[in-house]
Design a binder for this molecule. Structure first.
Ligand SMILES: [Ca+2]
Ligand SMILES: [Ca+2]
Length: 322
């Protein structure tokens, strides 16, 4: 920018940059600001990323674009719970034997079990997430459901998620709260697992795009129904989901049609009860140690028998879900 001044027959040139800097100091101003196009403040720098270009021609005006300040249609849930099968009351942690044996599938197993997700389904976990060890190591896949508060039989959203050894239920990155694409509101929260009985909060929980915590391992968190969880005693007492639903039909059954015991015997060959089956990710592996076992120490059948009452083999236990 040079100005010319004629003085005493000579031409003198000098720079005057300050004049232009002071006028246009803001970044990203549209070049057509004085020619009918977008004006100052309509560009991205002023938090109006989608202002309509027809601002001066009868269309939407500044501040009328809905994307500017609308709330997110997301709710974040920090859920915690325990699975009886892998839980140890002496450590307060669940075993991650399935993970350490590289048996946890990369894609959620619930679709293949016939679970009809109301949303979600097909969630996948990266191999790196399954390398974490310690308290936050991944134990298995679970399903988290949001139920309608006034009509709790209605599942309004569901997501497959991961559960850590210390009970935290996290999204597929192994760390974050579970996110639902759902309007903020009050929902009952249910936790389900492929061979445990699911449980749901008795009360509605206000969820929003700020993380809300729900801990189903605490006795103080009331649950829907009667004895929805198993009360485990020991050094680290907890409320855990009942183990033993091999058939994933919301019922523990030891004898009779569609019982949960026969598949264990069938899995190990069907005839020799002392056989074991190792190194597989199976519904019949109730204690989730990577081994299907019908008799002997740490077998998968005794847990089922205990959970239907321990003495009357025809007794059943039903999941307390609406
Ligand atoms: Ca069952
Ligand atoms: Ca087992």
């Amino acid at each position: 920018m040079l100005d010319a001044v004629r003085s005493s027959g000579s031409i003198w040139w000098w720079s005057r940059p300050w004049r232009y800097r002071s006028l246009f100091s803001q970044a990203n101003i549209a070049s057509d600001i004085f020619s009918g196009g977008d004006g100052r403040g309509d560009v991205a720098a002023l938090h109006a990323p989608t202002v309509a270009s027809n601002i001066f021609s009868g269309g939407n005006g500044r501040g009328e674009v809905t994307s500017n300040f609308s709330p997110s249609l997301q709710v974040l849930l920090s859920l915690r719970g325990m699975l009886e099968g892998p839980y140890s009351a002496s450590t307060g942690l669940m075993s991650d034997a399935l993970r350490s044996a590289s048996l946890i599938p990369g894609t959620e197993p619930y679709s293949a079990l016939g679970y009809a997700a109301s949303s979600g389904g097909g969630e996948a976990v990266g191999a790196a997430t399954l390398t974490t060890t310690g308290n936050n190591a991944i134990v298995d896949w679970v399903v988290v459901e949001l139920h309608d508060n006034t009509n709790p039989a209605s599942i309004v959203a569901s997501r497959a998620a991961l559960i850590q050894r210390d009970g935290d239920v996290v999204s597929t990155n192994g760390i974050s709260p579970v996110i639902f694409t759902q309007a903020p509101g009050t929902y009952r929260v249910a936790l389900r697992h492929r061979n445990h009985l699911g449980a749901m909060t008795l009360n509605g929980v206000a969820l929003s795009n700020t993380t809300t915590s729900v801990d189903l391992s605490l006795a103080g968190t009331s649950t829907f129904g009667t004895q929805a969880r198993k009360s485990i005693t020991g050094t680290f007492p907890t409320q855990a989901l009942w183990a033993g639903d091999v058939t994933f039909n919301n019922q523990l059954k030891y004898a009779g049609s569609n019982n949960d015991r026969d598949p264990i015997l069938t899995a190990i060959g069907g005839t020799v009860p002392t056989n074991t089956l190792s190194g597989q990710y199976r519904q019949e592996d109730i204690n989730m140690n990577g081994q299907v076992k019908y008799a002997g120490s740490a077998n998968d059948r005794d847990i089922l028998l205990q959970n239907i009452g321990g003495s009357v083999p025809t007794a059943v236990r039903n999941a307390q879900l609406p």
